[in-house]
Write a protein of this length. Structure first.
Length: 355
């Protein structure tokens, strides 16, 4: 997508401020700006030139994936580009201070022009997705939806959390995914009260909550979804907790919109849980952006001041966790849309499933 990547690099130029050039070293940001997916590389963006540097392993790959930028094959991409910038007359070089090591920072200072912070300029650009990215996210979510639908008939007592997690990840591959977005969470019984429980050999039992947090990776883009089910008939307390989380999740989704403040969206969902007396049982933020990384800007959390823009995908995932008993989280991925309701990408039902 040369035209798409060129537009993104042009947007980065607009964000440079007084700096003459940007040195991009975070590999996910290099990918966003060029299409290059190798494990070693850096990108120099000046006012009138672009150079992608990588090592000899990626000669052909960089040529294929980033055909519209100049390429340099070197042993140390970042320092080589800093030296190139200096030789080209760049006097102020913005670098990704949140990414570089102390050693690399010192090396850049020795060989390059004056350094200034690029901060998270590329991450800010990535928060708003173009049509191509949203299409990829939509398919990543569809892969996860289809895999979960296929899993449900085999989700029963007697299986272990690990077995269920492995099957769900295999089904996402069968449905066209390139892998899981992250380690699949399968949490049963009291383990469902642990927000980020890692699957164990615990055997699923009748009457328990089973919380599944999972996503598919599709052509570099991640999906994220959580559903909580009951194995058998739900008890009254389970229905009450589930209904509370469902109401909070609906409130969070309803608060999304262009111009909405991230902290206010979090508050809309949190207020529902607080009013029910379970504020202490809700221990994490409401959601986050998603794209080339599973966690991206913006973050929907208490006090966050970011405002949501058109075409920003976010998760909405409140939860209530009762230690020793069980917990519920319901999570969707949605895209904020101007002049319309958010687009729901994860379409699996949020009704309480009694399996």
């Amino acid at each position: 997508m040369p035209d798409v990547h060129a537009r993104r690099r042009a947007a980065l130029r607009e964000a440079l401020g007084e700096a003459d050039a940007a040195l991009v070293t975070r590999l996910v940001n290099v990918r966003y700006l060029t299409g290059f997916t190798g494990s070693n590389g850096a990108l120099l963006v000046t006012r009138d030139a672009e150079v992608l540097a990588t090592d000899g392993r990626y000669i052909e790959q960089s040529k294929r994936q980033a055909p519209d930028v100049e390429r340099a094959i070197v042993g140390a991409p970042a320092t080589a580009l800093a030296e190139r910038a200096k030789n080209d007359g760049v006097t102020s070089l913005a670098f990704e201070s949140h990414d570089v090591t102390v050693d690399l920072f010192e090396a850049l200072g020795r060989v390059g022009p004056s350094l200034t912070r690029l901060k998270r300029a590329v991450e800010s650009l990535r928060a708003v997705k173009d049509d191509e990215e949203i299409a990829l996210l939509r398919e990543a979510c569809a892969v996860a939806d289809r895999a979960f639908a296929r899993l449900l008939p085999s989700l029963r007592p007697g299986r272990t959390e690990k077995e269920v997690g492995r099957e769900l990840e295999a089904l996402m591959l069968e449905e066209g995914g390139d892998g899981p977005s992250f380690e699949t969470i399968v949490a049963s019984g009291p383990n469902s009260a642990v927000p980020h429980h890692r699957p164990t050999e615990r055997v699923l039992e009748a009457g328990e909550f089973v919380k599944l947090d999972f996503g598919a990776l599709y052509r570099g883009y991640h999906s994220d979804m959580t559903r909580t089910v009951v194995l058998g008939k739900a008890a009254d307390w389970q229905r009450e907790v589930y209904a509370l989380v469902a109401s909070a999740q609906a409130a969070g989704r309803a608060a999304l919109g262009v111009g909405a403040v991230a902290g206010d969206v979090d508050k809309a969902a949190r207020d529902v849980i607080d009013a029910a007396g379970h504020g202490d049982d809700y221990t994490h933020s409401l959601g986050h952006g998603v794209g080339l990384e599973i966690h991206e800007a913006p973050t929907l959390r208490v006090g966050a001041t970011d405002t949501l823009a058109d075409r920003t995908p976010v998760t909405v995932e409140p939860g209530v966790y009762l230690a020793g008993r069980g917990g519920v989280r319901i999570e969707d991925t949605l895209v904020v849309r101007a002049g319309a309701d958010p687009e729901l990408l994860t379409t699996t039902t949020k009704d309480l499933l009694e399996l």
